[in-house]
Ligand binder design. Structure first.
Ligand code: ADP
Ligand code: MG
Ligand code: MG
Length: 876
């Protein structure tokens, strides 16, 4: 093999070369080797893209030479010549990264056209309309993608022409119109760029390849990558492919197909197409496409061939395929296949069905669902009783299931802004485009006037698990005036609507929602995940309600119960403040005595909700000033309540002020200063356990967790208080109870000395929120302000508070786990930071040998699946 081979013919690659050729390129190669009719071409590799960036954003001569070399081979294969006026070879230039990034980078079609070759095409095909239609599309795409002349400005010229002619559809323009349009387009280009539209096909080609490389770093692509954990180092490949034409007349067309329904998972081909159209037309929602059943009537032979290829591809890839096809004058071509994006419901049904059809093993099926997708199933659906009494005001296509309710937003920016202010919004657009991505993320749901089931809005919404209703033509939306009119009624930005992505119904009112359940395919699938995984999944829950929800979602215990959350409750805060304001131990004990029964009740409630599953209770953690008021009026009120002077309150508040409260008097440091707090909490934990044992017959082994330990002696000090108190309680009650005392590892010093700490700690729970903040040295409450600059400058590619920094913080986790095991081989290891519900972090926890992850109740199913996938991918 050549040493630096940057370009591969489709016939030189296969599906296993995804990293090098990108997903699209590898699959075009694979389809070629399967004998499926694919227009031939070549792929410029992701390595060439990386080289482009390494070389300071220039394309190397070496790469250019190899491209020309493969172009010469393509000429031989096709029997046509690039740039020739006899039989011109036209190509498309298509981006294609390792993971599919729909709509993120743009494709150029019909490349190779200029004033001479277009005439040759017209003559050769006897179809000047087609030739000029292709040419005007090329100018538009090239100008937009390569030269940054907005597509919209060309569309305006075209719309003006249609208006003058009094026609509606692009297909109503004839050859002469299109010829004129080409002249107008070129004129417009020259005005914008100050130079002629480039006529040399070779230059067009290299400029386009370079533009695809460049687009890897456009802001939309960067946002999408961060959202989907795609590192920038992957780069994108570029595919150069001979054109086939769906816009040659009424025996030509183009379409999109799924081998199963991407919305429901039903085992039935789902496809849409448009006759006399090219590539983007179906997806762009310019005309509403035909269902594939019409092809069966109009071109039965083509239809049969189409069905055969679809089945071949699904069987070959053993997964639901998303395909693009084009019919050129009665001949069928496939232009793309990939494992199709699907809704969470569809993903589960397909995964279970593929196992039932014996196409996949359970282990393989487990990998077919993206854990993050489950999220969409765990959120509320419309309350069916309330839904019954509501009448839809319109109906669109059920493009992405789920229920959404919110106020109307007519632009993506507005959706983003109002969402940030805490409003729930539904994004209503004529159609969406990739620029709308951030608004689409912010919205509860998306509603479009134009476009089909495969429109941009539909594809992106399904990917994100956001509810979407598309193509609702009944709505008259005026994006500028911010109004939506339907059935004689006008709705504005302050009005609520509700949309149902499962039925396509739209309601002109707010409709309440209900909690989800794990049943049916979801239940079967999750049971398989549980069979496979070895990593346990617990939940972070502070109330019996959260605990019960988490159990429903499959939690196997509580990994973190934060006791301070209970302290903030209205009926307790007074006692908490009394404790803080106490002048001596005696007064403090009096206040603590008031808190004891309340805490005991809380813990008993949680133990009951967990039905005997393990519960880890963390002792008081936050700095005490958090419990005191800061406003003058509130301090005055408190003074009155406590029978103190305003000055006394103010002095205490001021004395508790800290410059760095996150690194201040908190965690176990509180128990060191005031051991009576730990005494009270121990009492509550043990008494509650004895109570539920005696009353409900539940055997609880409470796990008492001491936070913010950095030194073994401080842990030992607090532990001694706990042990002494527990002994007293048991003696009083005459009951023996098992319990454990462990610690959080959330200070780097604790991780560094984990072997010592393990002498006292029966378990470690990695508090990766604090551990991340202490390791990076920036506070998680302030980091958001500057992390944006870090993403932009590519210093960080993700938020270390959402996704565990495996190279830094992760090393501390790994090391502490190992050291802990040396001292205490059966030490229990878990994680309770935000990261416990992030799939890639869960995999890391599995790999470093933790026993469990703990996450918020709604992340529990996500973590269960991520843990099963970790086991399949890295057996332990
Ligand atoms: P995306 O990744 O956004 O789908 P694609 O590269 O797949 O972009 O191309 C956009 C559209 O152009 C698709 O509908 C595709 O089928 C069509 N297309 C791409 N290359 C060709 C070609 N050589 N001949 C005909 N149509 C093409
Ligand atoms: Mg495509
Ligand atoms: Mg902490």
């Amino acid at each position: 093999m050549e040493k630096n081979k940057y370009v591969y013919l489709f016939s030189e690659g296969d599906a296993s070369m995804k990293n090098l050729l990108g997903g699209k390129g590898a699959n075009l190669a694979e389809m070629t080797s399967l004998g499926i009719p694919v227009p031939q071409g070549f792929t410029v590799t992701t390595e060439a893209c990386n080289k482009y960036y390494d070389d300071g954003k220039v394309i190397a001569q070496e790469v250019i030479d190899q491209i020309y070399g493969k172009m010469a081979e393509l000429e031989t294969i096709s029997g046509k010549k690039f740039g020739s006026t006899e039989s011109p070879l036209l190509v498309s230039v298509r981006s294609g990264a390792r993971a599919s990034m729909p709509g993120m980078m743009d494709t150029i079609l019909n490349l190779g056209l200029n004033d001479e070759t277009v005439e040759a095409m017209a003559k050769l095909t006897g179809n000047p309309r087609f030739a000029y239609d292709s040419y005007r599309r090329f100018i538009q795409m090239f100008a937009d993608v390569v030269m940054d002349v907005e597509k919209r400005t060309f569309e305006e010229i075209m719309d003006k022409m249609k208006e003058e002619k009094g026609v509606k559809l692009d297909t109503d323009l004839d050859a002469d119109d299109l010829k004129k349009l080409v002249a107008l387009f070129k004129e417009h280009y020259k005005k914008e760029k100050g130079e002629e539209f480039p006529s040399d096909p070779k230059m067009q080609l290299i400029e386009s390849v370079t533009a695809v490389f460049r687009s890897w770093d456009n802001p939309r692509a960067i946002v999408y990558r961060r959202l989907n954990d795609i590192p920038s180092s992957w780069g994108t490949a570029v595919n150069v492919q001979e054109m086939v034409f769906g816009n040659k007349g009424e025996t030509s067309g183009t379409g999109v197909a799924f081998s199963r329904n991407p919305s429901t998972g039903e085992k039935k081909i789902f496809a849409e197409y448009l006759m006399n159209a090219q590539g983007e037309d179906v997806v762009a929602g310019i005309r509403t496409p035909e269902p594939i059943e019409k092809l069966e009537q109009d071109m039965p032979e083509i239809y049969n061939q189409f069905v055969n290829i679809v089945n071949t591809l699904e069987n070959h890839y053993r997964d639901m395929q998303d395909m693009e096809f084009t019919i050129e004058e009665g001949k069928l071509y496939f232009l793309q296949t990939r494992n199709g994006k699907r809704t969470a419901q569809a993903a589960l049904k397909i995964a279970v069905n593929l196992v039932e059809e014996e196409m996949l093993s359970k282990e393989e099926a487990i990998l077919k669902v993206d854990p993050k997708q489950l999220d969409s199933l765990l959120h509320p659906a419309f309350d069916s009783a309330k839904l019954k009494s509501a009448t839809p005001i319109a109906k669109g296509l059920p493009a992405s299931p789920g229920a959404a309710c919110g106020k109307i937003c007519f632009t993506a920016e507005e959706a983003k802004e109002r969402h940030e202010k805490g409003e729930k919004v539904v994004l209503v657009r004529l159609e969406t485009s990739p620029e709308d991505i951030e608004g689409m993320i912010a919205a509860e749901g998306i509603l479009t006037v134009r476009g089909g089931m495969t429109s941009h809005a539909a594809v992106v919404a399904r990917g994100m698990g956001t509810c979407c209703v598309a193509g609702c033509g009944e709505l008259k939306v005026n994006e500028e005036k911010k109004t939506m009119e339907v059935g004689g009624k006008v709705y504005g930005s302050e009005d609520y609507i509700s949309i149902d992505g499962t039925t396509g119904n739209i309601y002109g009112e707010a409709i309440g929602t209900v909690e989800p359940e794990i049943t049916g395919y979801f239940g079967t699938f999750m049971a398989w995940a549980d069979e496979i995984r070895v990593l346990k999944v617990r939940t972070n829950a502070d109330t019996p309600r959260d605990a019960a929800q988490a159990v429903k979602f499959g939690a196997e215990g509580i990994g973190l119960c934060r006791t301070e959350h209970m302290f903030f409750a209205e009926d307790r805060i007074a006692a908490v403040r009394e404790m803080i304001l106490a002048k001596n131990e005696e007064q403090r004990r009096k206040a603590l005595d008031k808190l004891l029964p309340m805490q005991r009740e809380d813990f008993a409630g949680i133990y009951e909700a967990m039905e005997g599953r393990p519960v880890t209770i963390r002792f008081l953690d936050p700095p005490l000033h958090e419990f005191l008021p800061t406003e003058v009026e509130d301090m005055e009120a408190l003074a009155k309540e406590m029978g103190l002077t305003f000055e006394e309150i103010k002095t205490t508040v001021e004395s508790l002020h800290e410059f760095n409260p996150m690194m201040g008097h908190r965690g176990c440091r509180l128990a060191v200063s005031y051991p009576e707090i730990a005494e009270m909490q121990t009492r509550a934990v043990i008494e509650a356990a004895i109570e539920v044992k005696q009353n409900k017959g539940l055997d609880i082994v409470p796990e008492i967790m001491i936070p913010l330990v950095g030194e073994i002696k401080e842990l030992k000090f607090v532990k001694d208080v706990v042990v002494k108190t527990a002994k007293e309680v048991m003696a009083e009650k005459g009951v023996e109870l098992q319990y454990q005392v462990g610690t959080m590892i959330e200070i780097p010093r604790a991780a560094l000395t984990a072997d010592e700490i393990a002498k006292e700690a029966e378990f470690f729970s990695f508090g990766t929120n604090d551990l991340t903040q202490m390791t990076f040295g920036f506070s998680r409450d302030d980091a958001a302000k500057f992390l944006a600059d870090y993403y932009e400058k590519k210093i960080y590619e993700f938020d270390p508070f959402a996704k565990l920094d495996q190279t830094g913080v992760g090393q501390l986790v790994k090391m502490a786990a190992e050291k802990g095991k040396v001292t205490r081989p059966n030490i229990k290891l878990g994680i309770c930071g935000e990261h416990g519900g992030d799939p890639s972090s869960v995999e890391f926890c599995h790999n470093v040998g933790l026993n469990y992850v703990s996450c918020s109740p709604f992340r529990v199913p996500v973590a269960r699946l991520a843990a099963a996938q970790a086991q399949v991918n890295n057996k332990r």
